[in-house]
Design a binder for this molecule. Structure first.
Ligand code: ZN
Length: 494
């Protein structure tokens, strides 16, 4: 019987049953498939080193992690404990605000981590598979584990009957169904067991995670969390953590913990005026620009994921009463700025405008299967036209001016667009620079991006007074979604 062969290959049923904890000490890298210059090359987001002790049977873990994040270079250093559905973090886990925190974590963050551990700990996996009550289906050298509320895990065994890889269909917004594979190799003896020392995770064939480990068994660990460490998740949030696990881990390992907060609404109840005929929907982390045209509106960016975008779309529709949304512009392909684009087009009759290099990418994600977490578009598919901008595209605005959608050359992405509005002299961009409420320090831009944005504005000959952005910036006290061009000039070091 195949499960007996697997147990024997890993050291035997008795040795597995006698194992209490697994401690993994690892170094590795994480890459984000929705970031980088082009969609086919996931961006390196962190180099990490961690020591993690997990209970082999009960859902308990203690993680000590250090990482160098790449998007904003920060040193993460934190201890995270999860016990059942409660958890606690102590240290620096957020690249945008690298101040140590000591706080309870939402239960769905714990749930995602528990699922990630279930997918990467062979002793935990074997214990589940060997449980007489487990729901397993055997087909040749493949064993499928089914657990309530989780996508099934196909375990493919190698010639020696050891787990070679796991296959799971997860939700990866905005693409929908994605094949997550967890590959184990470099099996070596650890005490009485034989366990993998190399783990690689791929998403639709792209490598997102690669770690090299040493393993120790039966080390004692303190899994206690403070009594008040309960931040309950909604049922939807907990479910999400279990079927979009590696999507969430892309963000948390990048040092962007706010994906664990599942933003569901903009911060302001109504869109905020920017200029006559121009409003902005302000979110906790991402903004949407709304521009009034003669008989419709154009939105720029559709950030995050459909849960958030639904609420943002309601504001877009209310921004200029009687004028429906007919076009949505994606500043660039990064998930966090266009993850809700399917929700934005779901009513039908909405064109998508993006940089020429990403046209195929957007066509694919507008038509891709979404069976794990069906969205509105999956329920009622509509044909959506995707228009690629080679150099620039001009559209007349309601104020008698012109909207120019322009390609801009930066290190951020190859498909980057900025949107210029001639009448208010306003330029909208995402990720190149975040406006600040007061004059920023010279050379305070993110790498070369602020310089490239300022150079681009001058090269394109645009009359710009104000920069408005997909991310609000801060001076540590107040947030600003727009700033005078002079602020950008200073940030760029001119
Ligand atoms: Zn970006």
């Amino acid at each position: 019987m195949i499960l007996d062969a697997m147990a024997d290959a890993l050291g035997g049923r008795a040795a597995l049953a006698a194992t209490t904890t697994e401690t993994v000490t690892a170094t590795g890298v994480r890459r984000h498939p929705g970031w980088g210059k082009v969609p086919s090359e996931p961006e390196l987001v962190a180099e990490f080193a961690y020591t993690q002790t997990v209970d082999v049977v009960a859902p308990r873990y203690r993680l000590e992690l250090e990482a160098d994040t790449k998007l904003v270079p920060t040193k993460l250093r934190y201890t995270e404990i999860g016990n059942g559905s409660v958890g606690y973090v102590d240290g620096i886990d957020f690249m945008f605000d690298p101040r140590p925190a000591s706080t309870a974590i939402p239960s769905w963050r714990v749930a995602a981590r528990q699922r990630h551990i279930d997918l990467t700990s062979v002793p935990r996996l074997a214990t589940k598979l060997l449980d007489p009550a487990a729901d397993v289906m055997i087909d040749g050298s493949t064993v499928t584990l089914r657990e309530t509320g989780r996508p099934p895990v196909r375990v493919v065994l190698d010639d020696d009957s050891r787990p070679a890889r796991l296959e799971i269909i997860e939700e990866h917004s905005p693409h929908g169904d994605a094949l997550v594979e967890v590959r184990f190799d470099d099996y070596r003896p650890v005490g009485a067991l034989v366990l993998p020392h190399h783990v690689v995770i791929t998403v639709d064939g792209l490598v997102v995670h690669d770690e090299t480990r040493t393993v120790e068994l039966d080390r004692e660990a303190d899994f206690r969390v403070p009594d008040d460490a309960v931040v309950d998740a909604s049922a939807a949030q907990s479910a999400y953590a279990n079927y979009a696990t590696e999507w969430l881990m892309n963000y948390v390992l990048a040092g962007v913990r706010f994906y664990f907060d599942l933003q569901t609404t903009p911060t302001d109840p109504e869109p905020v005026d920017v200029a006559p005929g121009v409003k902005i929907v302000l979110g906790p982390s991402h903004n949407v620009l709304v521009v009034e045209m003669d008989d419709h509106v154009v939105a720029v960016d559709a950030p995050l994921y459909d849960e958030y975008t639904r609420a943002a779309l309601a504001q877009v529709k209310r921004a200029f009463p009687g004028k429906p949304l007919r076009k949505v512009i994606g500043t660039h392909f990064h998930y966090d700025h266009i993850g809700g684009i399917r929700e934005f087009v779901a009513d039908g009759g909405v064109q998508v405008i993006v940089g020429e290099p990403s046209v195929r990418y957007f066509r694919d994600l507008l038509n891709s299967p979404h069976t794990v977490d069906p969205d509105r578009l999956a329920g009622h598919p509509v044909e959506t036209e995707v228009i690629g901008v080679k150099d620039s595209l001009e559209l007349p605005t309601a104020d008698g001016g012109v909207m120019r959608i322009l390609r801009i050359k930066t290190d951020h992405t190859e498909d980057g667009l900025v949107v210029h509005l001639s009448k208010p002299g306003l330029l909208f961009e995402s990720d190149l620079w975040n406006p600040t409420p007061v004059m920023p320090a010279p050379n305070s831009g993110r790498g070369r991006l602020a310089v490239q944005l300022y150079d681009g504005i001058k090269e394109l000959g645009l009359d710009v007074q104000t920069i408005v952005s997909g991310h609000s910036g801060t001076d540590g006290h107040t947030l600003a979604h727009s700033a005078p061009l002079g602020f950008l000039k200073t940030a760029a070091g001119y």
